[in-house]
Write a protein that binds this ligand. Sequence first.
Ligand SMILES: O=C(O)CCC(=O)C(=O)O
Ligand SMILES: [Fe+2]
Length: 345
Amino acid sequence: MSVTKLELRTALGPVYRDVLPYPPRDCTPEEIPIIDLKPMFSSDLSERKKVSSAIRAAAVNNGFFYVKNHGISSEVIERCKSQVLNFMRQPLEAKDTIRSHKYSKYFNGYLGRRKAQISPSETADVRESFTFRYSPELDPDDPKDISEVPPEIRPWIRGEDFVWEGTKHLPDFKKDCVAYWSACLSLARRLVRMFALSLDLEENYWDDKVTYPGADGVFNYYPTRTQEEIQEKFVGLGSHTDLQLFTLLWQDSVGGLQVLNREGQWIKAPPIEGTIVVNIGDYMMRLCNDIYKSTVHRVTNESTQERVSMPFFFGCQKRFKMENEEFVKNEAKRSIAPSAVVIAG
Ligand SMILES: O=C(O)CCC(=O)C(=O)O
Ligand SMILES: [Fe+2]
């Protein structure tokens, strides 16, 4: 049996994985379970522990699970998804007015088709994306003007206004995007408590580290591939791990997300109506000494329809990671998850 070596650019430096020579197959419910979040909203600790123990079981296995009854309304999701299409279906010139490589210090804005390559072992990414990062005035739980943020924290705020300036012509674009992002942030702050419980930590272990969190909203758009891209086996988004504590990932009904399981077999994580995918990131894996796995995943849109996904990357603000110097250095090379080697032009 001949395995292939896959090289990954992770926040822990280059990592290699053996991949089995079999084509991707459907996942089983044990491999990527569905966790019901309803008990998370209970005031009864033993109820909440039902969620945390289910999280632990999934996190030590493949590090990927779906959540249902997550509390984000389907209207908020649908409105945001429509806005992603409104933005992405514009002519390239309009999207390029907020081009990330040109206008952003912190990877906010638009990244074009085949302008990055996240995986050194695969092709450039066909995916286009729009990114906006944490701004205190958008925080749903305690909105603040930047002037009210403690001075030592201000330099770490990564949101940039040009993304909203350059999309003003799209009615309600900011409002609908922020509504979805806010809902993700509130959910993530609850979910991180379940992660704390799952690791036998105090439930509030992360609370003060996510007051000004890493909270990156990314909208991914996977156009259908050209004949050339199909022949050359272009990936939508190459194999990678996410960088932060965990990711909340909404995907539309098109499909194309694959996860590398513990055995090195690619398994498909199909869209399941009403759910959001959650996966562990490198920083969580580092903090818990690899007990929880930051899982390798990739996307290829092999359908004849465009695909949208809306990940939300949640973590501690960078200054809390300084004790992990190596981690921060490698993370800077990769930046946030949609980053990669930049392709000129
Ligand atoms: O599009 C997807 O389903 C996954 C996206 C992803 O992995 C990412 O943006 O990091
Ligand atoms: Fe990812």
